[in-house]
Design a protein around this ligand. Structure first.
Ligand code: GTP
Length: 308
């Protein structure tokens, strides 16, 4: 936890952690990006792309809002999935406010209803956000808001489109009024405390999935091994893509290294835009068998290693 940084007298400012929770693919990352106004987490049309806890930070009036973008909460089967779900829920419990995002088009399906029910255990003020309202007619939205509130009482209900930004400022204002009084914990210009290395790894992982979504399991990971600022103002970044089998390594490399080159070039372009500097990106592919049973990997991703 960083030292308080604001020089405004305590009591005048507010600051709090806000857990953004919800089923996979409901638009949590899109919402955090809309609230923070800068790309801090990965958005892609595939489910379960967010693994690490990435915080976006924004200032609304006198309030500093720190968003904890949890990995999707879903019915876990594998050990890694159990770790993701446990971490997501403990994130919600540690935060000052909990925001539940529901895909209004999907409605209260079994998975969402289970999450709503589990929210009863969260003591903090709960805000319901019906997202993707651009896809749903108003009467259905009102019925959905009612059905959710019948299961557990929400402090507030918002209907928004994270994609278009519709309703997002109202939500931000309300959250700003609800976080506790206290000094700001982060410098004003710090939009995200996600270390650049892990952000860079997430970008490469996104490109990897976008290119190979059919062939590759979700369980491959990317790590940034080195990050070196060069005298000419450019940066040299080395990353390793870990897969579980030799056959997957071949897929990632592609014929004549074609696939990995294309992934690298997409990731490099995005990184260069984000960093506003020239990027030299070097990608390696390694087989690491059974990495999903290795506690060390969990620690690196900020996850708890589940027993059993
Ligand atoms: N039509 C519409 N689509 C949206 C809206 N918000 C998000 N989406 C889309 O929904 C998909 C999932 O969005 P994400 O932000 O990645 O969802 P997430 O909940 O963070 O997903 P995980 O990280 O997998 O848990 C993406 O294709 C978004 O473009 C919205 O307001 N309207």
């Amino acid at each position: 936890m960083p030292e308080p940084t604001s020089d405004v007298a305590p009591g005048k400012t507010r600051c709090g952690f806000i857990a953004v929770i919800g089923a996979p693919n409901v638009g949590k990352s899109t919402l955090v990006n809309a609230l923070v106004g800068s790309k801090v987490t990965i958005v892609s049309p595939k489910v379960q792309t967010t693994r690490t806890l990435v915080r976006g930070i924004t200032i609304v009036g006198a309030s500093q809002l720190i968003f904890v973008d949890t990995p999707g909460i879903f019915a876990p089967r594998r050990r890694l999935e159990r770790a993701m779900v446990t971490t997501a829920w403990s994130g919600a419990q540690d935060a000052d406010l909990a925001v539940l995002v529901v895909d209004a088009k999907r409605g209260l399906d079994e998975e969402t209803a289970a999450i709503v029910d589990k929210l009863r255990e969260v003591r903090q003020p709960r805000t319901l956000v019906l997202n993707k309202v651009d896809l749903v007619a108003k009467p259905a939205l009102l019925a959905l808001a009612q059905a959710a509130n019948d299961r557990v009482a929400f402090t507030d209900t918002f209907m928004i489109s994270a994609m278009s930004g519709n309703g997002v400022p109202d939500l931000a204002e309300r959250l700003a009024a609800q976080v506790p009084e206290g000094p700001w914990l982060y410098p004003e210009d710090q939009m995200s405390d996600a270390p650049m290395r892990s952000l860079a790894a997430e970008i490469t992982r996104e490109k990897l999935f976008l290119k190979l979504h059919q062939e590759l399991p979700y369980r491959s990971t990317v790590e940034t091994d080195s990050w070196t600022e060069q005298p000419d103002g450019s940066v040299r970044i080395e990353q390793t893509i870990f897969v579980e089998r030799e056959s997957q390594r071949k897929i990632v490399l592609g014929k004549g290294g074609h696939t990995i080159k294309s992934i690298g070039s997409d990731a490099r372009l995005e990184l260069a835009g984000l960093l506003e500097q020239k990027v030299h990106l070097f990608l390696f592919v390694k087989v690491r068998e059974n990495w999903s049973d290795d506690p060390e990997r969990y620690r690196e991703m900020g996850l708890e290693f589940p027993k059993g």
